[in-house]
Design a protein around this ligand. Structure first.
Ligand code: ADP
Ligand code: ZN
Length: 520
């Protein structure tokens, strides 16, 4: 069967070699076994069900939340000589009926279905008596409550599977799955947990950068001056901020579009099309933009504000460089943005367990901004990859400051947190350490602690940054949501005893700071 699959890859798609993972996935499917495929965006997931649909008996059902993409995909497949159709809410009733009749007659090899369809009781019946070749579940992380894009209608998929008179192999596909999410997917869809094909998450043409303390407007302006023809997306956390950046860029004569949930569907579609067809250089958007956008030459992604978790960040950043050419992903970090994300979680209608989980994920995002290790490695390890090497080109790898032993400073911070009973946040701890004259110090009797004023002479801001670093290095842990409290971890005792050392890059000299702006 694999030889035939390779033939189809050549005749229908014009490619000569399978990419990493594609063959392993099809191996399982041709044996009749279900499998979970985790491949990065642009890795070539679609071929993994499109080719089997040509070789296996019956129709292949593809469940996908990307309604706006279905038509394009189906048109593209028809162009490649593959008969396909789609069914979603954009179609009038009569058209749906015609297509269903076509499915029953065996007119199609592939049928794309929006998950919402599965909620209507009659719909699954269409497939009940038909031979089904394969069920492909695209964006399978939508099945998991731990995922960043949970969709309840996805939970209807097992019902559909159970109604079929013969269980076909299931192929779950996603680009972002932490180990917990992967576990959820396999359990819910009944995929043997060993049937997992995971190709590296690494996108080695992307370089990641975290920039702190830059003036966002100035940075964006300068970046566009330096890269006048590069196409890119600027992500902001709120609609208001999107509008603000958009208006500024318009004034600077940038060919810019905007996209957020507050605009009507026509406006959004117009901007999106103009961007995809290179009539616009830059799109300013909230996270509403991008799911399923097929544009391969995006050269940069600037996050004007920190997103809510690493999953979202990697997915958004990963929209650059799908053509394999070098692309840049910049995150402009400002501690204020943490508040926005905390607020958004707090205000949401999630239950408390879920909120706690979201706060934990947000903390991993914050840690990314404070880490002094390779950014690419940080992301890969977050997704559970064990063997990683520094990328050599992210802003941390490129930062060649020398490394200093900061064990003594760390000991001061740790013992101060201990003396304060692990009940306070970083600002309060920093105030005690620098010996602040703040009224609270005497009110709470902090000024009688042996650690009070231990780091006198250092700035409170520097001490807070150092604490952030200790959290990012997972020496300390932050507990709780809106006002997180510093807790010691098991790594603290060896440090306090002097058995384990802490290292950090030397502080940046003030002069070096201004060099961060490449125009000067
Ligand atoms: P994903 O769904 O994983 O984001 P796609 O399925 O859209 O990725 O594939 C990304 C691109 O890679 C497409 O243009 C596709 O035609 C191409 N592609 C897929 N498989 C191969 C292959 N074996 N060799 C070369 N290009 C491929
Ligand atoms: Zn790196």
């Amino acid at each position: 069967m694999l030889t035939q699959a390779k033939e189809k890859l050549h005749t229908h798609f014009g490619y000569t070699q399978f990419r990493t993972g594609q063959q392993d996935i099809m191996d399982y499917l041709f044996k009749g076994e279900s499998t979970l495929g985790i491949m990065p965006t642009g890795g070539g997931k679609s071929v993994c069900y499109q080719i089997p649909s040509l070789l296996l008996d019956g129709v292949t059902i593809v469940i996908s939340p990307l309604i706006s993409l279905m038509k394009d995909q189906v048109d593209e497949l028809s162009g490649l000589g593959i008969s396909a159709t789609f069914i979603n809410s954009s179609l009038p009733y009569d058209e749906v009926q015609t297509r269903i009749a076509g499915i029953r007659q065996g007119d199609y090899q592939l049928v794309y279905v929006a998950p919402e369809r599965l909620e209507s009781p009659g719909f699954a019946a269409v497939f009940e008596q038909l031979p089904i070749a394969l069920i492909a579940v695209d964006e399978a992380h939508c099945l998991s409550q731990w995922g960043h894009d949970f969709r309840p209608s996805y939970l209807r998929i097992p019902e559909l599977i159970n109604r079929l008179f013969q269980r076909p192999p299931i192929l779950a596909l996603t680009a972002t799955a932490t180990p917990e999410v992967a576990q959820d997917i396999t359990t819910i869809l009944g995929i043997p947990s060993s049937n997992r094909v995971q190709t590296g998450f690494e996108r080695d043409n992307l370089s990641f950068h975290v920039l702190k303390g830059v003036d966002n407007d100035r940075y964006i302006k300068d970046y566009l001056v330096r890269n006048p023809s590069a196409s890119g997306i600027i992500y902001a956390a709120t609609r208001k901020e999107v509008e603000r950046i958009y208006a500024r860029l318009l004034k600077q004569d940038i060919r810019v579009g905007r996209y957020h949930g507050g605009m009507n569907a026509d406006q959004r579609r117009d901007f999106q099309e103009q961007f995809v067809y290179d009539q616009l250089q830059v799109m300013v958007a909230t996270n509403a933009f991008g799911m399923g956008i097929n544009k391969s030459n995006v050269r940069f992604i600037i996050h004007a504000q920190m997103p809510r978790n690493i999953e979202s960040y990697y997915q958004e950043a990963g929209r650059s460089g799908r053509d394999g050419e070098p692309s840049e992903c910049m995150l402009l970090f400002d501690a204020q943005d943490i508040r926005i994300q905390q607020f958004l979680i707090d205000q949401s209608d999630m239950d408390d367990t879920r909120k706690k989980q979201e706060f934990k994920k947000l903390q991993s995002m914050i840690n990314y901004c404070h880490t002094e290790g390779c950014l690419q490695e940080y992301i890969l390890q977050y997704f559970g990859e064990k063997q990683t090497t520094p990328c050599g080109k992210c802003s941390e790898c490129a930062d060649d400051r020398s490394i200093a032993d900061v064990t003594k400073d760390a000991q001061m911070v740790l013992s101060c947190i201990h003396r304060m009973g692990e009940r306070f946040g970083k600002t309060m701890v920093a105030q005690v350490l620098v010996g602040s004259k703040n009224r609270k110090m005497s009110e709470m009797n902090f000024d009688t602690l042996s650690t009070y004023g231990l780091m006198k002479g250092k700035g409170q801001k520097d001490v807070i940054q150092f604490i952030d670093y200790l959290v990012a290095s997972q020496i300390l842990r932050l507990d709780g949501g809106g006002y997180p409290v510093l807790k010691l971890t098991e790594r603290c005792l060896p440090i306090l005893k002097g058995e384990s050392k802490v290292f950090r890059k030397e502080a940046r000299a003030p002069k070096e700071m201004s060099q961060e702006d490449p125009l000067f």
